[in-house]
Design a protein. Structure first.
Length: 129
């Protein structure tokens, strides 16, 4: 994905009002956040410079995932539209949180911090059989 300039990101956030993107919760059954389960499959995602290292994440329906979110620069987070915020990471650190989706589909994930989603921090979570 192309890296936006800081100016473009600031402009984009001004256009949308400068607020973070809010996350809808409750329309997808599953688990978002909290301590990951011992048997969970690990999925690693790195956030840096308005990009996630993965633009698509594939998981199985009902599968327990330990989402390892790492930041190589500033604070970032990871939220799934319809499920909620799963993980928040401060600068230059890593957190591991629980993720489970109990319904097949394709869902948008993104960073809720102001300007980050507009800067390119979003992707698709594919939940398959
Ligand atoms: Cu971010």
């Amino acid at each position: 994905m192309k890296k936006p300039s800081l100016i473009a990101v600031i402009f984009a956030s001004l256009v949308v009002g400068g607020c973070g993107t809010s996350v809808e919760t409750g329309s997808i059954p599953g688990k978002a956040g909290g301590k990951s389960q011992a048997n969970a499959r690990s999925v690693a995602l790195t956030a840096k410079n308005f990009e996630y290292s993965l633009s698509r994440i594939k998981i199985k329906v009902g599968e327990e995932i330990a989402l390892k979110l790492k930041s190589d620069d500033n604070a970032h987070d990871f939220a799934v539209d319809g499920l909620g915020k799963i993980a928040t990471v401060s600068g230059d650190s890593t957190v591991t949180r629980r993720l489970r989706v109990d319904k097949l589909g394709r869902y948008t994930f993104f960073c809720t911090l102001p300007g980050h989603r507009d800067g390119g921090m979003e992707g698709i979570l594919v939940v398959k059989r």
